[in-house]
Design a protein around this ligand. Structure first.
Ligand code: ATP
Ligand code: MG
Ligand code: FE
Length: 340
């Protein structure tokens, strides 16, 4: 079946068209430029942008895939988690399409979509797999027995998300929002060993993460440097910060694979685009004999194809569709791939 996926949880209006593991169409309209001067996403601005972008983005995706709206067999939409107003635009549009086309509607989980999208690049996900989800708002380690029906959280951040830490540290270093890609670029010119920043929750025997101590350590480093009149090396700080983040994320992810006897690690979410994280994950997975799957950066950040990919799995699993009174859920838990 041909699945239309609609994503509006944050500042990207994403529309994807997927058949099984095959990606047919993927269009994203981002309002990120409108948020830059505020240093973060402004919910009302994002909602309005979704409203304006929704229908044109659907049509671009259909044109790109060379299919017609009437070819669509089911509609999947992000029901949560995310910004209330932003989610509402996508869910309302999805309901309208489902009603007009008389096709089933599936309200799905954005976070699980970040995992499911890997199938579009690397084919069916081995069962079980461990997934490390690292995005702007979430950082979780998941045991995925079945992406549509059985996702269990092993641990997650107790404070900031990994992407949030990137964005906050970028701000401290005077780099633009969103900071992840800027830190990534700066880090390439720096020495990761030049400063030893703390590794939050390292070796505590849990699969939880903490990044607020790291962020504070960077802030203190910058303040001390300014007070002493030292020339701060942004590349060195960026590289040392990135090394700390990548170190804990990959260590705990590999530990989870070993502890659960799982041979596949999937890393996804916006921070999975990070070159330092990718490189260290490759090295440690190779050492541990674990297959590493990281989707290309375009699929790691928010998009509609990830929602269509999860929709395809939900349909294949024979789960019942959502009804037209499907509600948005700003804090939909990750263990519910399909919102009820
Ligand atoms: P969530 O999925 O938790 O709701 P989100 O959808 O806003 O959050 P994503 O779009 O998946 O998050 O990811 C955005 C985050 O990824 C931002 O914090 C951004 O700084 C970070 N990011 C993007 N590229 C990179 C990179 N190369 N290195 C590090 N971080 C990055
Ligand atoms: Mg975004
Ligand atoms: Fe996301």
């Amino acid at each position: 079946p041909l699945i239309l996926g609609i994503e509006t949880s944050c500042d990207e209006t994403g529309v994807g068209l997927v058949r099984g593991c095959e990606l047919l169409g993927d269009e994203v309209a981002s309002s990120v430029e409108q948020h830059v001067r505020f240093g973060g996403v402004v919910p009302e601005v994002a909602s309005r942008a979704h409203l304006e972008a929704m229908v044109p983005t659907v049509h671009r995706a259909l044109d790109g895939a060379g299919v017609k709206l009437s070819d669509v067999d089911a509609i999947a939409v992000t029901a949560g988690p995310g910004l209330a107003g932003a989610l509402l635009v996508g869910v309302s549009a999805a309901k309208a399409y489902a009603l007009a086309l008389d096709k089933p509607l599936y309200g799905v989980n954005h976070l699980v979509g970040h995992v499911a999208v890997d199938q579009l690049e690397h084919g069916p996900l081995p069962k079980p797999a461990i997934a490390l989800l690292v995005s702007g708002g979430h950082t979780s380690l998941l045991l995925v027995r079945d992406v549509a029906t059985d996702v269990r959280s092993l641990g997650g951040t107790v404070d900031d998300a990994a992407g949030e830490a990137y964005d906050k540290v970028a701000r401290l270093l005077g780099l633009p929002y969103p900071g992840g890609p800027h830190i990534d670029r700066a880090a390439r010119e720096g020495d990761p060993m030049s400063i030893r920043f703390p590794r939050g929750k390292w070796g505590d025997g849990t699969y939880d993460f903490s990044f607020s101590g790291l962020k504070t350590a960077v802030a203190r480093w910058v303040e001390d440097g300014q007070r002493n009149g030292d020339a701060l090396s942004v590349p060195d700080i960026a590289a040392a910060f990135q090394a700390s983040v990548a170190d804990v994320l990959t260590r705990k992810a590999v530990d989870a694979c070993v502890a659960h006897g799982v041979g596949t690690l999937v890393i996804s979410g916006g921070v999975a685009a990070n070159s330092g994280l990718r490189a260290l994950a490759e090295q440690r997975c190779a050492e541990a004999g674990i297959e590493l799957r990281v989707p290309r950066p375009r699929l790691c950040t928010d998009n509609g194809a990830m929602i269509a990919a999860l929709g395809a799995e939900v349909v294949a699993a024979g789960l019942p569709p959502s009804t037209l009174d499907l509600a948005t859920d700003t804090s939909l838990p990750v263990d519910r791939p399909l919102a009820v």
